[in-house]
Design a protein around this ligand. Sequence first.
Ligand SMILES: C[S@@+](CC[C@H](N)C(=O)[O-])C[C@H]1O[C@@H](n2cnc3c(N)ncnc32)[C@H](O)[C@@H]1O
Length: 310
Amino acid sequence: MQNLQNSDSTIDSQAQEIALKEMVRERYDRIATQEKTLNAASCCGATVPSNKIYNIMMDDYSTIEGYAQDADLGLGCGLPTEFAHIKEGDTVLDLGSGAGNDCFVARHLTGANGKVIGVDFSDKMLEKARLNVEKLGYNNVEFRKGDIENLPITEASIDVIVSNCVLNLVPNKKAVFSQMYRALKKGGHFSISDVVLVGELPQNLRKDAEMYAGCVSGAIQKNDYLQAIKEAGFENITIQKEKTISIPDDILEKYLSEKEIQDFKKGEVGIFSITVFAQKDPQSEPAKRLFSPKKDTKNANTCAPNSGCC
Ligand SMILES: C[S@@+](CC[C@H](N)C(=O)[O-])C[C@H]1O[C@@H](n2cnc3c(N)ncnc32)[C@H](O)[C@@H]1O
């Protein structure tokens, strides 16, 4: 009886995960075909009704080399390539590549001798990304359809993984980190920007599906996020950049009581955009001679390699 109940609840949670992913996929299919200004109405492209623009998570890409305007749908929450140490000739993988925004920045860094692979499960995003690559005329940027929980990538074939505001949308983050570990070469590394939480967000705010696609409801606690990276086998886990996400009053008022808003503003509970770096097998080349991560003392909570804090 116990076993039967256990297997029922496993099936339930699997069904929930499938439904959640389908909701995300449909939403990003829709976002791929709408104007960037509509996406920019909130973080990660949700259509949360707010009279204020608050995609403050998104870094300004416009002056970055390799930037392709048509690939920028305003959906990121950081600038993962900034800390990705991509070298000429590298093979780079972008998880949840959207219209290709980070792939084209990465392509500038790998040059013609490298390779960039973007993986996304939204057909409309893939269509847009492939159109962009055609316009740019690159023959070493490829977009593959796939679920990042089960990467369509050969084992130990990737030098650097980047990702921008995607893992928060994925139900099984541990599966993604373990797939990333599998896909990276020995000595490879990743730099990913994502949304994480500190403290318990009030339930109404968390549960709302609009906020989910706005990259908040699917986000997990920062410590759990870092722990999942460690459990996947990564080392030298470093938060390279961290930004507090402030939510405008009109959104908070929609979901929270006055008391909850006050608690939220005290800052014991918070939503953050982080850019995390970590290495697979840092004793192998080229990881050993990669770098000594710099500390951004103004903006970052840096968790230095071997400091024991992760
Ligand atoms: C917030 S958007 C970010 C897009 C892109 N990284 C950027 O910064 O423009 C999230 C993207 O991840 C994709 N995505 C979400 N969950 C996914 C999954 N499980 N597997 C593959 N792609 C996924 C969505 O289709 C969407 O294109």
